[in-house]
Design a protein around this ligand. Structure first.
Ligand code: 0A1
Ligand code: ZN
Length: 869
């Protein structure tokens, strides 16, 4: 390993949680004047500061051209401070400081999409989480410095919209075709929540009256033609505001709430105080242009950013190690919100599917880290599935254990204690404990250690004694950086079913032997334990981890028949689905007979189609090649997995062909009144269609083509397009051309056009090159890059074949242009070490060759971790 050639990842770049120190100065207020010009932007800042502890006055700043600096009215010269690429340090500063600085920045050439940047010809926006504000002005840019912001924004009048956080205090003209606005944000906030926007945008307006009687003006800004696509987001915003009042007692606290949509954004969206900035993909929703899945995502991201107002903004993080404090809790809240919007079982299935497909592999590979890591080089690399999704699971476990009422008492106490503060994960768990009266401190272990626990369970039925014993054992894979791994508290939600009648046994405390199973939840918090149920009159089938009550890998020796039983009789939709997944994995990887699954499906679906068509569609999920690959730790051969999966799909298509056709023809989404039901019907129809097409049946292609042409709904159109393109149907080429012509001016729809082609199972270097050299491909727009790179990654055989070079080239290019995105895309290759030879060595060599060619902390840290296995 050549560290010397790679200075950015030397040991001293690492930041440790244990080194946390309070900032030496507090900032009482900051006054900003931001003047945007075509070729530069002037930023004047006045900071009113007070000393808190001994030490230097440290102001962070990156890529800033310092024009002037005065301290308490006296201009400073270069001898009065030290300045390097990262910070400006003033030693011996007095206890009270008024610091004025004037800097020049260049948003017009900022390709990293951090700080203030130009996003297309008509828009300037900011992205300051986690460390973007230091690219706008010199500031103690850390989340535990909270201040009152006043912002003046000035620009040419060709940009009519000038926004910043808070209340609009003044607006006017400055002459020479320019104008300005002044905004005051009354709430103290850390700099990462600062935002401003300059642009030519239209606006959708609405309002909401809070439970406290505050009338809040709601505004969504987007380019004129996208305004009709903002209504779903607006409804979701109002719904979220009400939901947070009802479920957490949290009303909104300002007189306005603004959302701005931009097509150039590194992530999904950002919760800046009262002025959210959103990737268009997370705010624009319209049945004609975006899919049902995208519409659901818009609603959940709108809720997520709104919920941050309390969990993140009013109570923020003391330091970035605590990121999961705000993200884990806010994801848990948005997941709960979404469970109210559609089939709750399906919402849970989808959330767990994401967890298992992304977080579990992350946690078992070289990028594994605790939800609250204790060190990092580049914090941008820690916006991970572990911090977000596993963080959410920890909160869910505590909420499951406490039940609704006690959890609410706990959150009430958290808001009561910490409103207006920057706090830690310990503070959160302590408040939940105090409020609920239940000691939850053992859950801190979950925050502090990496890895997915293995939960092994065994059941034993004694017919004579009518007892059923369940034994549990937990274990964790050793981790070099976190040696002291402990047993974690695992809430196991469970049910017993009578194998003969299909009925559920009532579990009451008298029926219990050792530890209590309360409300169907057993808290397993030792290395091993056994519980016993009495009065079990016939052989039971046990259903464990209902609703996925803990983020663990469960091993239980079910027979295929028991799994089929659960598909049919389990009343928890999540566990019904889980049973199908376990069965299908066995058929795929261990050669079990497919017939038992086919039969269970035939017995279950017809009734379910009426009740919950979306859940019915999910029971046809066949684990993806990527997911199956992620379960293999050595000698992984993507082509072998592909072959097995294709064989299974062929079998299912053969066995279920007639059934699929009948189901497809019987369903009509237009007959459904509710969006969620119609969405379910569309999902089910698309799956039926893809099964029919697997047999190469030209009738199926005709059906797909008719579906494509006769609909105004994107889920139906895209579902049909995928069937035609991925099966190389005769109509594929013309239909793709038709899609392009219909949607060439709709960026989000066009992203799908790129994605469908990139995700073709038989994509090649040439077909990907055709896409990346297409005039509509744009390396400056992360959404477009992701549509091709994400599409390509739908087929691991391609990812690990010609795809390796694609990701390496992108990482190399983005290392300078946009390291946040570059680093994330490179992570696609993080499980290289599981491959069989010679692929393993080939990918390793390619990754090693990249090391000397990258400069950013982001890509370098990721690459180093990936190679440190
Ligand atoms: N806090 C946002 C996520 C976010 C993080 C970083 C960003 O830019 C580098 C942008 C957004 C959220 O959780 O929604
Ligand atoms: Zn968030």
């Amino acid at each position: 390993m050549n560290i010397a050639a790679n200075p950015v990842v030397e040991a001293d770049q690492t930041v440790y949680l244990k080194d946390y120190e309070k900032p030496s100065f507090a900032v009482d207020s900051i006054n900003l004047n931001i003047q945007v010009y075509t070729d530069h932007t002037n930023v004047n800042a006045t900071l009113v500061m007070k000393r808190q502890t001994a030490g230097d006055l440290v102001l962070l700043g990156r890529d800033l051209e310092l024009k002037s600096i005065t301290l308490n009215g006296t201009p400073l010269t270069a001898n009065d401070y030290s300045l390097d690429a990262e910070q400006l340090v003033i030693t011996n500063a007095p206890d009270e400081v008024i610091l004025k600085t004037e800097v020049i920045i260049h948003p017009e050439s900022n390709t990293q999409l951090e700080g203030l940047y130009q996003a297309g010809s008509d828009l300037f926006v900011t992205q300051n989480e986690p460390e973007g504000f230091r690219k706008i002005t010199f500031y103690p840019d850390r989340p535990d410095v909270l201040s009152v912001f006043t912002t003046r924004v000035e620009a040419d009048k060709k940009f009519p919209v000038l926004l910043a956080n808070g209340n609009l205090m003044e607006a006017g003209e400055t002459g020479e075709g320019r104008h300005y606005t002044i905004w005051e944000d009354p709430t103290k906030k850390p700099a990462y929540l600062f935002a401003c926007v300059v642009g030519d945008l239209a606006v959708l307006k609405d309002s909401y009256v809070t439970s406290e009687g505050r009338n809040v003006a709601l505004e969504i800004y987007a380019v004129e033609k996208d305004i009709p696509k903002c209504h779903i987001a607006m409804e979701a915003l109002k719904h979220s505001m009400q939901w947070d009042e009802e479920h957490y007692g949290r009303p909104y606290d300002l007189d306005n709430y603004m959302i701005v949509a931009t097509s150039q954004f590194n992530m999904g969206a950002m919760e800046n105080k009262g002025l959210n900035i959103f990737n268009t993909s997370c705010v624009l929703a319209d049945e004609e242009f975006t899919t049902d899945a995208a519409i659901m995502r818009v609603q959940s991201v709108i809720a997520h950013e709104y919920f941050h107002n309390w969990t993140g903004n009013r109570i923020t993080c003391r330091d970035w190690f605590q990121l999961c404090l705000k993200e884990g809790l806010t994801v848990f809240r948005d997941q709960s919100f979404s469970e109210d919007l559609q089939s709750a079982a399906v919402q849970r299935i989808d959330d767990v599917a994401v967890l298992k497909a992304h977080q579990f592999p992350e946690d078992s590979g070289p990028l594994s880290h605790p939800p609250r890591p204790d060190h990092f080089v580049e914090i941008n690399n820690f916006y991970t599935a572990t911090v977000y999704e596993k963080g959410a699971e920890i909160n869910r476990m505590m909420s499951t254990l406490l039940g609704k009422e006690k959890f609410r008492q706990g959150t009430d106490e958290y808001f009561r204690r910490h409103d207006g503060q920057a706090v830690t994960v310990e503070d959160w768990v302590a408040a939940l404990t105090a409020g609920s009266g239940v000691d939850l401190s053992a859950f801190l272990i979950w925050y502090n250690q990496p890895g997915t626990p293995k939960l092994e369970a065994e059941g034993e039925y004694d017919a004579a004694a009518q007892t059923y014993r369940l034994s549990f054992k937990q274990s964790l894979k050793a981790h070099a950086k976190y040696p002291n791994l402990k047993a974690v508290p695992i809430p196991v939600a469970l049910a017993l079913f009578n194998a003969e009648t299909g009925e559920q046994y009532t579990l009451n405390s008298e029926a219990l032997f050792e530890n209590a199973v309360k409300d169907g939840v057993y808290l397993f918090d030792q290395d091993t334990a056994t519980i016993e149920f009495t009065g079990v009159t016939a052989k039971p089938v046990v259903s464990l981890l209902r609703n996925f009550s803990a983020p663990v890998n469960l091993e239980f020796n079910y027979s295929d028949e028991e799994l089929a039983f659960l598909v049919q009789y389990e009343t928890n939709g999540f566990n019904q689905w889980q049973a199908t997944q376990t069965l299908l994995e066995r058929i795929l990887l261990n050669g079990h007979d497919a017939e038992i699954y086919v039969q269970a499906i035939k017995n279950t679906i017809p009734e379910l189609v009426e009740k919950d068509p979306l859940l019915a569609s999910r029971l046809f999920d066949v684990p993806s090649e990527g997911y199956l690959g992620s379960r293999i730790d050595a000698d992984y051969q993507p082509a072998v997995i592909q072959e097995k999966r294709n064989a299974l799909l062929d079998t299912l298509a053969r066995e279920l062909g007639e059934f699929c056709k009948a189901t497809y023809l019987a369903l009509d989404p237009d007959l459904q009144k509710e969006f969620s039901q119609a969405m379910g019907v569309r999902a089910l129809k698309n799956i039926m269609l893809s099964m029919l097409a697997r047999q190469g049946d030209s009738e199926a292609f005709d059906l797909a083509h008719v579906q494509y042409l006769n609909t105004g709904n994107m889920s139906e159109r895209l579902g049909a397009l995928k069937v035609l393109v991925w099966n190389d149907a005769p109509q594929a080429k013309d239909t793709l051309a038709d899609f392009y012509n219909r949607f060439k001016d709709e960026a989000l729809s066009l992203d799908q056009w790129f994605m469908v082609q990139a995700a073709h199972p038989k994509a090649t270097v040439e077909s990907i090159q055709y896409l990346t050299s297409h005039p509509d491909y744009d390396l400056g727009t992360p959404n477009r890059i992701r549509s091709v790179s994400g599409g390509l990654n739908a087929n691991p055989v391609n990812t690990w074949g010609f795809g390796v070079q694609h990701y390496i080239d992108l990482a190399k290019y983005l290392d300078e242009k946009n390291p946040i995105v570059g680093s994330r895309l490179l992570q696609v290759l993080s499980r290289w070490y599981t491959l069989a030879e010679p692929q393993r060595s080939d990918v390793k060599t390619a990754l090693e060759a990249l090391k000397s060619q990258v400069k950013s902390k982001n890509v370098a840290e990721t690459l180093n971790s990936m190679l440190s296995i």
